[in-house]
Design a protein around this ligand. Structure first.
Ligand code: ATP
Ligand code: MN
Length: 465
C-alpha cells in the first residue's frame, strides 16, 4: 500500500466521494463480524469518529485476519460507499488490507473499554489512543491555535521569554534548580558553602515560574506582547488543579489600566470558549455525553454572560456573611482558597467573577499600589469548578514606589536591577495577566483532574513518561 495515498478518516467521513477508491490507515478500535465478513472500526486520531471497514474474510489469509484485533494498526484500500448502517455517512469496502502492527489481546492494556482515569494515568504512553484523550488532545491543540490567532489578530507580538532564569524575585512558587555541578562532589567556598560561581552560569539558576518580568521588558518596547510557554513550580501541592510543569499564557500591555486588563481577560476567555464550541463540536459532544452532562451548557453560559466584577473587600464580606462552614477561615487579609472562590462563583453569583484590589501582603511586589496604602490593583478571574483561572494586575510603574516595596520585602536590588530600569527609562502605565493553559482546558473539557488535560503530567513522584 502506498503510504502517500492515505486520506485522513476525518476527511473521508466529512467529504469523501462515494464511489471513489480510497486508502485509510489507523488503529483498530474493534473488529466484529462472523466467519464470512469482518466489520472493523478504524480510527486515526484525526477525529473522534471511526470509519467502518467491511472486509470479505475469504479474500484474506487467516493469519492476517487474526492479527486485526483491538489496538493493532492497519492500512486499507477500498471503495468508499454509502453506509447502509446508521451513524455514519460512508464506509469502506476493503479490497486490500495490510497489517502494520499487531497488539496482542492478552497484553494490550486498552483491550477493554471503560478504564478509570487513574489507571489511564499509569499508561500515559498509550492513553492518547482512547476516545477521551484523543478528544482532550485535539481540544488542547485547538485552544493553543486559537490563543495565537486571538493575539495575532489583535496585533500582539509573541515574545519568547527564557525558561532558565537566574531571578527568583517573582515569588510565585518554589523553583527547580538547574545545575551542571556534580551533586556528589560540590565545589565549596572557604566558609564551606556551595560555590555557585563554579556552576554553568556562574551563579544559581532555576526553571522559570513565570515569564512576566521579562514580558514586561517586551511590552515596554513592543507595547503589546504575549508569552505562551512552559512554567515550573516545585510546589508539593497534590491537588487536582496543580502541576509541577504547566503552560501559561501571559499577555503584557503598555497603556492598559486594570479595567482594560479585565476587559481583555474576559474577551479572551470568551473568544477561546466560543472557538471550542465552534471548532471542537464532536469532541465536546462526546465529553458532554460521557463525563459531564452540563459541559456544553456551562460553556454557552460563560460565553453569553458578563463576568461579575467586585473588590476583594466586598468578597470577604459576602463570604463572612454566607454562614458557610469553610475549611480555611475567611477574614480581611486572608488569601482566598479554592473553596472560597468556588463559593462566590458557584453559589453566590452563579457566574465567573473577577476580584480586584487585594491586600498588598498577599500579592507580588510589582502590583500597582492603591492610594489607601493597603491594597494593590490585582485581579483574579474565578471560574466555576476551578477557582482561579487567571491571575493578573496593573503593574507599579513609578520607580520610587516600586523600589520602596522591594526594600520593604527585602528583595535584593541586584537581582532586579534590569527590571527597575524599565521604570527609570520611559516608564509607562501597563498591565498583564497569566492564564494557566491547563486550568483553561479543565474548564473547556469538563475533566476534573489537571493530570488528564496534559499529555505527560509532572507532579510529585510522577515523571515516568
Ligand atoms: P493558585 O493560587 O491556584 O496556586 P497562583 O496564585 O499560584 O495559583 P499565579 O502565580 O497567579 O497562580 O499564576 C497564574 C495562573 O497560572 C493561575 O491563575 C493558574 O491558572 C495557573 N497556575 C498557577 N499555578 C499552577 C500550577 N501549579 N499548575 C497549573 N496551573 C497553575
Ligand atoms: Mn500557586
Amino acid at each position: 500500500m502506498v503510504l502517500t495515498e492515505r486520506v485522513k478518516v476525518k476527511a473521508l467521513l466529512e467529504s469523501g466521494q462515494a464511489g471513489s477508491l480510497v486508502v485509510a490507515m489507523g488503529w483498530v478500535r474493534t473488529r466484529r463480524g462472523n466467519k464470512n465478513v469482518s466489520f472493523i472500526a478504524l480510527n486515526d486520531g484525526s477525529t473522534i469518529n471511526n470509519i467502518q471497514v467491511v472486509a470479505d474474510n475469504a479474500n484474506y489469509p487467516e493469519e492476517l485476519l487474526k492479527g486485526i484485533t483491538t489496538g493493532s494498526c492497519i492500512g486499507v484500500k477500498g471503495l468508499l460507499v454509502e453506509s447502509p448502517g446508521s451513524g455514519q455517512r460512508v464506509e469502506i469496502q476493503a479490497q486490500e488490507l495490510e497489517l502494520f502492527g499487531t497488539a496482542d489481546p492478552e497484553t494490550y492494556p486498552l483491550q477493554k473499554k471503560g478504564h478509570s482515569m487513574e489507571f489511564l494515568r499509569e499508561i500515559a504512553h498509550l492513553r492518547p489512543r482512547t476516545n477521551t484523550f484523543g478528544a482532550v488532545l485535539r481540544i488542547r491543540h485547538a485552544m493553543a491555535f486559537a490563543i495565537h490567532k486571538y493575539f495575532n489578530d489583535k496585533g500582539f507580538t509573541y515574545l519568547h521569554t527564557p525558561i532558565i532564569t537566574a531571578s527568583d524575585a517573582e515569588g510565585a512558587g518554589a523553583m527547580f534548580r538547574v545545575t551542571t555541578l556534580d551533586v556528589n562532589n560540590l565545589p565549596r567556598t572557604e566558609e564551606g558553602k556551595i560555590n555557585w560561581s563554579e556552576d554553568f552560569f556562574g551563579k544559581e539558576a532555576n526553571l522559570t515560574v513565570s515569564g512576566q518580568l521579562e514580558g514586561e521588558l517586551g511590552a515596554m518596547a513592543l507595547s503589546e506582547i504575549y508569552t505562551f510557554g512552559p512554567t515550573f513550580r516545585a510546589e508539593n501541592s497534590n491537588t487536582p488543579r496543580h502541576l509541577a510543569e504547566f503552560w501559561m499564557i501571559e499577555p503584557e500591555m503598555a497603556f492598559y489600566d486594570i479595567v482594560a486588563n479585565m476587559d481583555l481577560a474576559e474577551d479572551f476567555l470568551k473568544y477561546l470558549i466560543r472557538y471550542a464550541l465552534e471548532n471542537c463540536k464532536d469532541d465536546l459532544e462526546f465529553l458532554n455525553k460521557m463525563y459531564d452532562n452540563e459541559l456544553l451548557e456551562r460553556l454557552l453560559f460563560v460565553v453569553n454572560n458578563s463576568f461579575e466584577r467586585l473588590e476583594y473587600t466586598k468578597a470577604v464580606e459576602i463570604l463572612e456573611k454566607s454562614g458557610q462552614k469553610f475549611e480555611f477561615p475567611v477574614f480581611w487579609g486572608a488569601d482566598l482558597q479554592s473553596e472560597h472562590e468556588r463559593y462566590l462563583v458557584e453559589k453566590h453569583f452563579k457566574k465567573p467573577v473577577i476580584l480586584t484590589n487585594y491586600p498588598k501582603e498577599i500579592k507580588a511586589f510589582y502590583m500597582k499600589q492603591n492610594d489607601d496604602g493597603k491594597t494593590v490593583r490585582a485581579m483574579d478571574v474565578l471560574f466555576p469548578k476551578i477557582g482561579e483561572i487567571i491571575g493578573g494586575s496593573q503593574r507599579e510603574e513609578i520607580y520610587q514606589k516600586l523600589i520602596n516595596r522591594i526594600n520593604e520585602l527585602g528583595i535584593p536590588e541586584k537581582d532586579v536591577w534590569w527590571y527597575l530600569d524599565t521604570r527609570k527609562f520611559g516608564t509607562a502605565p501597563h498591565s498583564g495577566f497569566g492564564l494557566g493553559f491547563e486550568r483553561l482546558l479543565l474548564f473547556v473539557t469538563g475533566m476534573t483532574n489537571i493530570r488528564d488535560v496534559i499529555p505527560f503530567p509532572r507532579t510529585p513522584n510522577n515523571c515516568e513518561f
